[in-house]
Design a protein around this ligand. Sequence first.
Ligand SMILES: Cc1ncc(COP(=O)(O)O)c(C=O)c1O
Length: 339
Amino acid sequence: MFTVDLRSDTVTRPTNAMRKAMMDSPVGDDVLGDDPTVIKLERMMAERFGTDSSMFCVSGTQANQIALMSHLSPGDEVICHPYAHIYNYEGGGIAANAHASVAFTGDPRGIMHPDGVLSCIKADDIHFPRTRLLAVENTSNKGGGTCYEWEEIEALRSVAASNGLTFHLDGARLYNALVEKGHHESDYGAAFDSISICLSKGLGAPIGSVLLGSSEFIEHARRIRKRIGGGWRQAGFLAGAAIYAVENNIGRLAIDHGAAKDMAVFLAQLPMIESVVPPETNVLIFKLQDDLDQDGFIKHLAEKGIGISQMGPGKCRMVFHLDISPNGIIHVKNTLSKF
Ligand SMILES: Cc1ncc(COP(=O)(O)O)c(C=O)c1O
């Protein structure tokens, strides 16, 4: 067990207030459509984003994969960034679940641009897969928590619309982007055909994501969720935590962004660090000097109670979240200074 766990923002544990909210939540059978707390969460999220409907899911992966299965048919193609979570970290789900292929575009920060997307769109020819879906990730996890500018989202939306592409957002950490950029939920709700949002990351709920979209899309998504065994019964205990997270933990995300930026400045002056990707939100990626043993470095920190993760050869990641205290940050800095 780590005392300062920077491996991910998924490691947070419910506070006493969140636990109380969970235990106080009225529940029913969500598969039968009568869990009042799930209904409340789904209505609340749809209202916030201005979409017709939403569906509470077990994870970000499940929400993304349901969206892919709903939007795509076998032989279709999705355009995404080579860093995309839907491609790299969802168990090959694009192929296994949606039977689709992938075309990649984007810059080293994890951001996609209209020209690149246009160059991925295939002609309507029986030799080619059918380009059907444009999937954006905001913030980009592997890109280092980077955010899109609103104009960039609009430009991608316009390319998608003029080429008949469905527009999906993996918004696992969308609230980090909204807080950092001052963007609005309703603008995102209007721009995308579907959005998945994680409540179990920086927002601190123990489990759960929400998939947003039109009534027709969510109705279809509910059928797919049931088919893959994702129908859950008294899920209201978890929806209660999710509601608590949305009502209490959005504004404080700025604290995590500040902590990541502060740590970036600290890391940049350490001799064993080759480079630091300037963080925009709560994800901090840095590269170790080539001659440093990455496994040994991570193990040394683990022995001091500090958890970080690796993001490829020589690349490490720290993710800041609500369970990281100021004292924890001092401990990390002291440990690194003595390394
Ligand atoms: C960008 C992104 N999308 C989706 C997910 C999947 O979320 P989950 O772990 O809840 O399946 C993650 C998880 O870290 C993520 O970073």
